[in-house]
Design a binder for this molecule. Structure first.
Ligand code: NAP
Length: 286
């Protein structure tokens, strides 16, 4: 059993997979999720359930959060009945959600006033890399806190990079998700254009994946494009969130604005809960 007691708040698609890796590598793990039913699989595997966020913070040495968005993270860190509501001095909190760099800096400042260390550590990689412990972890905050966290981050990812002060991890995450969005829309448009001219999606995907234009994300999404089925690994609503956050952080380039417009329109079509590759249905008009 590793000595540090780890806490985990946020057991969605990513958080559950990541928390399992913490548990399986021998740490004592305490979990908290707003919807308590999602805690059950981890409790069955040996995790402890925290009664409250305050309980989680006071029981654990290091607390991870993996939550949907800025509002969720701010609410979980709140000083009334959240992680920062008492008994947390001397702890290390690590937020792995994708949020605005400004939110990460705000949380870091708030944590400092409570003698709590804070790292922003969003991840590149989806549910399968999360299950496999193969995420790329993008970290902002004090180097010393990063070094303390590194052995635990190594359980979650294949690479943890310290990128600078608070907010640097979130800035890097918005940049990589911009590239993700471009790849997904480009793949959808390419397949649809080929089909319009009589080239099957099977053949087009073979051409892409056998050549230099094939890349990791295209290979990953190929089965869902072939099956025309898009169960959420990375929900489309989250790329809309991230592209909006990127715009808020200053992204204003020739491709970025139409990209955001496309994904916003796809979400308005009711595709927000499907995987982001479902943008192909919006572009096809069905
Ligand atoms: P998800 O499956 O939708 O899970 C969201 C989690 O946030 C759930 O535990 C949810 O609790 C919790 N939550 C939402 N609002 C809350 C609130 N107000 N108070 C307390 N808890 C709240 O999302 P996910 O796919 O795991 O993604 C989590 C984060 O990682 C997002 O920021 C996303 O952008 C980022 N990310 C996702 C992927 C991916 O492929 N999925 C990859 C990289 C990064 P309930 O269960 O009670 O709803």
């Amino acid at each position: 059993m590793n000595k540090l007691k780890i806490g985990w708040a946020g057991l969605g698609n990513m958080g559950t997979a990541m928390a399992f890796n913490i548990l399986n590598s021998g740490y004592e793990l305490t979990v908290f999720n707003r919807s308590k039913d999602k805690e059950q699989v981890l409790i069955a595997a040996g995790a402890i359930s925290a009664k409250s966020l305050q309980d989680l913070a006071s029981h654990c040495d290091v607390v991870f959060t993996m939550l949907s968005d800025d509002m969720a993270v701010k609410s979980v860190y709140n000083e009334t009945d959240g992680l920062l509501s008492g008994g947390e001095s001397g702890k290390l909190f690590i937020d792995m959600s994708t949020v605005a760099p400004e939110t990460s800096r705000h949380l870091s400042t708030l944590c400092k006033t409570k003698q709590v260390s804070f790292l922003d550590a969003p991840v590149s990689g989806s549910v399968q890399p999360a299950r496999d412990g193969k995420l790329i972890i993008l970290v902002g905050g004090d180097e010393q806190d990063f070094e303390k966290a590194k052995p635990i981050l190594d359980v979650l990812g294949k690479l943890a990079l310290h990128l600078g002060d608070s907010g640097a991890g979130s800035s890097a995450k918005l940049a990589i998700n911009y590239l993700l969005g471009i790849n997904i829309q480009a793949l959808a448009e390419t397949v649809l254009f080929a089909e319009q001219n009589g080239i099957s999606k099977e053949n087009m995907l073979t051409i892409i994946n056998e050549g230099a234009c094939g890349n990791g994300i295209i290979k990953l999404k190929t089965p869902s494009v072939l099956a025309d089925s898009f169960p959420p690994a990375f929900a489309l609503k989250y790329i809309v969130k991230d592209l909006r956050l990127a715009k808020g952080a200053g992204l204003n380039s020739p491709l970025s604005n139409p990209l955001l417009t496309t994904f916003e329109a796809a979400a308005a079509d009711g595709l927000g809960e499907e995987d982001l590759m479902a943008v192909i249905k919006h572009l096809r008009g069905s």
